[in-house]
Design a protein around this ligand. Structure first.
Ligand code: 0O2
Length: 303
């Protein structure tokens, strides 16, 4: 049965690189197209019936209508994760724009996201020995939706974490700190599994999203390591492994150096305070409508 379903899902080709699409503000359209493309490619999964139109499974026969229903349910299931990515990405882009507007410095360099391919979801279910049904996937595979935030400095990672974790509708389900506890191969990143409500047309679902937060140097290392890992199909030769471990050490030193430099720069914030609600905006009005008669202050004096 598993093999039959997997063949119906007609695997989307494994992405080159990290699979995370960069979605800086300038790339928002590309991200949308890519996300829509992902869902479109799922809709165009080809069925592979036997000569008499049915699909064989271990337990008997599945007809094409059963498989079509299964596919539609899977597409709908995956759509929820795409919406969850959209929600988290919007939150991060709001933080970024707010930082640009109200602070002198913006800790968010890039934001990326990826929706796990159906092939990779089912591969994980198989590998972890979970039951091959949607309920088990929902409960156990918490990284179907992934968002990656790249920061300038190590200290930004905690700030971004706290800003997201502090939002009312976000619940942190799990946290893995691979920065304090670097992986043996050198991998560093802060991973949060959060849940967020997604408001569908007929229901509200709380959806899990894996958020990875790391510096530019950590990300540079991870994307190269990912390519090497895939090139060697997980069997990375010992000399490359040791070079990667050294490169991770250099990346950490660079992060520490940049952090120290960052602290030497005067970051006295000239943060604008929010305007008081009672502030008189008539002067602003006069300044943007110069041809109008001058505004009169209370008491009849021209402003
Ligand atoms: P991708 O390309 O992001 O889809 P598991 O999913 O069970 O294998 P686990 O323990 O649930 O792993 O999660 P873990 O270790 O926290 O890592 C999940 C994600 O972190 C991976 O997702 C990678 O994106 C990233 N990651 C973890 N370890 C490494 C590493 O050593 N090198 C690199 N480059 N990335 C790593 P995916 O789904 O494996 O890949």
């Amino acid at each position: 049965m598993h093999e039959v379903v997997a063949s119906i899902l007609d695997p989307v080709p494994a992405p080159v690189g990290t699979g995370y699409d960069s979605i800086g503000i300038n790339c928002a359209l590309r991200r949308r197209m890519r996300n829509e493309g992902t869902m479109d490619s799922m809709r165009s999964w080809q069925l592979t019936p036997t000569s008499d139109g049915d699909l064989l499974s271990n337990g008997g026969r599945l007809n094409v209508a059963d498989i079509r229903l299964l596919r539609e349910q899977f597409v709908d299931f995956m759509l929820g994760y795409k919406f969850a990515i959209d929600e988290i990405t919007t939150k991060i882009n709001i933080l970024r724009e707010d930082f640009n507007n109200t602070h002198e410095y913006n800790p968010i360099e890039h934001v990326g996201s990826r929706l796990k391919s159906p092939e990779s979801v089912l591969e994980k279910v198989q590998r972890k020995n979970y039951a091959m049904n949607l309920a088990a996937i929902r409960e156990n595979v918490l990284d179907i939706a992934g968002v990656r935030v790249i920061c300038s400095f190590i200290s930004d990672i905690g700030k971004i974490r706290d800003m997201l974790a502090g939002q009312e509708d976000i619940t942190v389900l799990e946290e893995r700190d691979y920065i304090t506890n670097r992986k043996p191969n050198g991998y560093q990143s802060l991973h949060l599994i959060v849940s967020i409500p997604v408001f569908r047309s007929d229901r509200t679902d709380r959806m899990p999203v894996e958020i990875q937060i790391r510096t530019i140097a950590m990300d540079f290392w991870a994307s190269l390591e990912h390519k090497i890992y895939y090139k060697y199909r997980g069997e990375v030769p010992p000399n490359l492994r040791s070079d990667l471990a050294q490169a991770a050490e250099v990346a950490t030193q660079l992060d520490e150096k940049m952090e120290a430099l960052h602290h030497q720069v005067d970051h006295t914030e000239h943060t604008r305070t929010s305007p008081a609600d009672s502030l008189d905006l008539s002067l602003l009005y006069d300044s943007i409508t110069p041809n109008r008669p001058a505004h009169r202050l209370p008491g009849g004096q021209p402003a």
